[in-house]
Each structure stands twice: as structure tokens, then as C-alpha cells.
Design a protein around this ligand. Structure first.
Ligand SMILES: [Zn+2]
Length: 336
């Protein structure tokens, strides 16, 4: 960029005036570079300063903005006073910068695609919580809805301005539509946990159709919500490619967990709470997905204790779907 500025400044003194056509073209070209620069600002976000092209882009922008400022003052702009040789040089330099930006963006995109989460039978289609950002947690509740217990948990979350994900069984949702509304009215996230909770690892195609596809359609119809997240009952069959392919074909991402409260087995809320805290401290980034079941009395108490712990520890709590969007580089208010 230094060359361009030197040439441009040198030409201020001695160059020919351009034709209107040339000026118009140069200005359009310069405007497109400004747009490109603005887009690159959005794209690189916090990493911009480390970008080796940053200084060049910035120099180009200063140059182009100076052009505009000079124009406003009714003087010749730098672009206007460039001769054709200098102009060609500017174009070449700008092209080179644009090419470099593009290549850099493509490289970033490729590495991002590797880490994107989307319905897939591979690792990209299964969320455990281990890749969640530092101190970010999702509270997930399975096997409901169960009227009072589910509603009490929703009250506890709501009172603390927290949002959780409820992996419902369509059969129960149809039985307790008012509780489903209660969950949705509090802006909780709705997710699917099959129709009737069988072990799907050895299920026939017909059964899978009913427990996944039909369960999804019926729960969507009941709630008017689009479902994107699914959790296998018992987590069974998570490594079975054909089963995972079926889930992906239904445009669902499989959600596992990295903290298992065992709240179905253990009736003591304090010991459930302690187990949860212990497991949370052992996760790679002090973050992830916590598994609860909103059908047990002990879960109501234990999950409330965990909510208070998360707040005390200054942790971020967001529904799984929101963390996924964030990981897919779509900014989310919940994670700011
Ligand atoms: Zn379950």
C-alpha cells in the first residue's frame, strides 16, 4: 500500500486528468473495496488485529477515504489525478489485496466447516458439550412433561431468568398439552426424545419411523415449533451409523451429555447435586450439557441447587440450540 500512496501523492503534482469514464470506474472500484473492507471487519471480528492483511486493508481504506474527503472539498481526488500507469498499479495492488482476503476467508471457512454442527451421522451431528465455550452450560430435562414437576422446574428457571432445554416424549406431550404450553410460555427450548421412550438401538425401520419421524411431526403439530434437536432414549445406539443416519435424515442433531446427574437412580437431592458439581469440575472446559429428568421429585430440588450454583459461579446458562448457533458462528445474546 505504501507504493500506491507514494505514486498517488507523486501524481498529485504532475498527472493528467482522467476522463469521466475512468474516474467513474475508479470510484466504483474504490467503493467496492470499502464494502469488502467493511465485510472483512464483520467477518474477522475479534481476530482482525492478528490478520496479516489488516494493515494493508486499513491503508487502502485510509487512502480511499482521503479520496472522498478531498472530493468533498471540491479538489481533485487522488484517484482522479492518477495517470493510467499509476491507475493500473493501484488496480493491481487492490486486486492482490482482495485476492488475499478471499484466500484467507476461504481458509477460515474451511476450518469452520470442519467444526460446524449440523444433522449428520458423524461427529458434527452429535453434541456432547465438551466443545462448549469456557463456563457455558446447558441444562437439559428428559422424559417429560410431567405436569407439576415440570412446571415447578420451569418456575425455578424462570425466577432466575434461566432457560433450559426440555427433551419431551411426544406421547406425554399429547397427554399434558397444558404443561407443554407452560414450558413454551416461559420461553424454554423444546426438543425431542422419541414418542414413547423405547431402546432404539435394535428397532426396526418401521419403529424408527414412528419413534423419530412421526414423533417429530406430531410434536411440531402440537406446539407449532420447529424441532431440530433429538436425544436417543437411554442414549442407546448413539454410535450406530444407520440409526444416526435416520436421525440426521429427519434434520435432527443428536444431543448427548457430559454431566450425568443420575437423578433417576438416586433419590437424595443433595447427593445428586454433589455428583453434578463434581462431574462439572471434570469437564475439559468447565462447560457442557447437564442431563436431568423432569419427572422425579428429587430432580426438582437438585436442579434448583444446581441453578443457584451456576449463578454463584458466574457461569453462562443457555439452551443447547442457542449454544449450537453460537458455535456455528451465529452470534447469540445469551452468550455475550
Ligand atoms: Zn430418557
Amino acid at each position: 500500500m505504501k507504493n500506491i500512496l507514494t505514486v498517488a501523492l507523486g501524481c498529485l503534482i504532475c498527472c493528467n486528468v482522467w476522463s469521466n469514464e475512468q474516474t467513474k470506474y475508479a470510484n466504483i472500484y474504490a467503493d467496492s473495496l470499502i464494502k469488502q473492507f467493511d465485510r472483512s471487519l464483520e467477518y474477522f471480528d475479534g481476530g482482525l488485529l492478528e490478520n496479516p492483511f489488516y494493515a494493508k486493508i486499513l491503508a487502502a481504506r485510509i487512502y480511499l477515504e482521503t479520496r472522498n474527503a478531498v472530493e468533498k472539498n471540491g479538489e481533485f481526488s487522488l484517484v482522479e489525478v492518477l495517470d493510467s500507469e499509476a491507475y493500473a498499479h493501484v488496480v493491481k495492488q487492490i486486486d492482490l489485496i482482495a485476492k488475499n482476503i478471499k484466500a484467507y476467508q476461504a481458509r477460515i471457512k474451511q476450518s469452520e466447516i470442519k467444526n460446524l454442527i449440523y444433522p449428520s451421522s458423524g461427529a458434527n451431528g452429535n453434541v456432547t458439550g465438551n466443545t462448549f465455550p469456557y463456563k457455558v452450560w446447558s441444562l437439559t430435562f428428559d422424559d417429560g412433561p410431567r405436569s407439576q414437576r415440570t412446571e415447578k422446574i420451569v418456575d425455578n428457571l424462570y425466577a432466575r431468568s434461566l432457560k433450559a432445554s426440555f427433551f419431551m416424549l411426544t406421547r406425554k406431550a399429547k397427554r399434558y398439552p397444558k404443561t407443554v404450553d407452560y414450558v413454551l410460555d416461559a420461553n424454554m427450548e423444546l426438543a425431542l426424545h422419541s414418542y414413547s421412550h423405547p431402546d432404539l438401538s435394535k428397532a426396526s425401520d418401521k419403529k424408527l419411523e414412528y419413534e423419530i419421524s412421526q414423533a417429530k411431526d406430531d410434536l411440531q403439530k402440537l406446539t407449532g415449533k420447529k424441532l431440530t434437536l433429538f436425544r436417543l432414549p437411554y442414549g442407546a445406539g448413539m454410535r450406530k451409523t444407520d440409526l444416526r443416519e435416520k436421525i440426521a435424515k429427519d434434520h435432527l442433531i443428536h444431543i448427548f451429555w457430559n454431566v450425568d446427574t443420575l437423578d433417576w437412580k438416586d433419590k437424595d437431592p443433595v447427593s445428586i447435586y454433589q455428583r453434578t458439581i463434581k462431574q462439572m469440575s471434570r469437564t475439559p472446559r468447565k462447560s457442557g450439557v447437564i442431563l436431568f429428568h423432569d419427572i422425579h421429585a428429587q430432580t426438582v430440588i437438585a436442579s434448583e441447587m444446581v441453578m443457584d450454583y451456576l449463578i454463584e459461579q458466574n457461569m453462562t446458562v443457555c439452551p443447547v440450540g442457542v449454544v449450537i448457533l453460537h458455535l456455528n458462528t451465529i452470534p447469540q445474546d445469551c452468550l455475550k
